[in-house]
Design a binder for this molecule. Structure first.
Ligand code: 5GP
Length: 193
């Protein structure tokens, strides 16, 4: 098991409805020393990619992406979630269905912060059905930016997102892939990587 899998095994809580709670180190309290190790692992896995910016989505992606941005020495931009329909043309916009909240948000990035010269690494905490990533990919495409790779902390491999993204031919690196988890017993099985 790698360091993240070990931490999930130790502190993760399996909830009904295919939700893994990792509030004590990732989604509420943040273990930034763990984030640093994750950032170093992304740097290793995306070595050779000419990344000039990190793109993430609020809220839980921001902490991980910020520490990764320090490691890569690049700025980080986060897509903002908004319910507002009064958005002007100076924004890239995508609709994202939230896995955890079951609602649809518009996510926006100002045109000031993404353009065709950008070579992005997209970072997020979880990959479930892939809606959040699809939204970020749409925004990148609208901006004309290239996506050099996607770094995820925890992929739930039994949900559709991972396959969907890999089929697009994008390098997707998930530091832990959960193949199954049982809310009754708390047992979590990770995919061999
Ligand atoms: P997707 O858009 O891939 O369906 O879901 C990804 C987003 O939903 C992530 O940004 C994350 O915030 C949230 N999410 C999905 N599954 C889980 C989960 O099992 N636990 C937690 N804490 N968040 C999740």
């Amino acid at each position: 098991m790698n360091f993240l899998e070990e931490r999930i095994q130790k502190d993760g809580i399996v909830k009904p409805g295919n939700v893994l709670k990792v509030d004590s180190f990732l989604n509420h309290q943040m273990d930034v020393f763990l984030f640093k190790k994750m950032a170093q692992e992304y740097k290793r896995r995306f070595a050779g990619k000419d990344i000039n910016k990190i793109l993430t989505i609020e809220a839980s992606g921001i902490g991980i992406a910020s520490v990764a941005a320090l490691e890569f020495g690049v700025p980080v931009v986060f897509a903002k979630k908004t319910q507002s329909i009064n958005l002007d043309g100076e924004m890239y916009i995508a609709e994202v269905e939230s896995f955890t909240h079951k609602n649809v948000n518009k996510v926006i990035v100002s045109k000031k912060f993404l353009d065709p010269n950008d070579r992005l690494l997209i970072i997020d905490d979880f990959l479930a059905n892939g809606c959040a990533l699809q939204g970020l990919l749409k925004i990148a495409e609208e901006a004309g930016a290239s996506v050099e790779g996607i770094g995820i902390a925890i992929e739930k491999g039994f949900q559709a997102g991972g396959q969907l993204i890999r089929e697009k031919g994008i390098q997707l690196e998930s530091l832990a892939i959960v193949d199954s988890m049982d809310p009754e017993t708390g047992k979590i099985v990770f995919r061999e990587q």
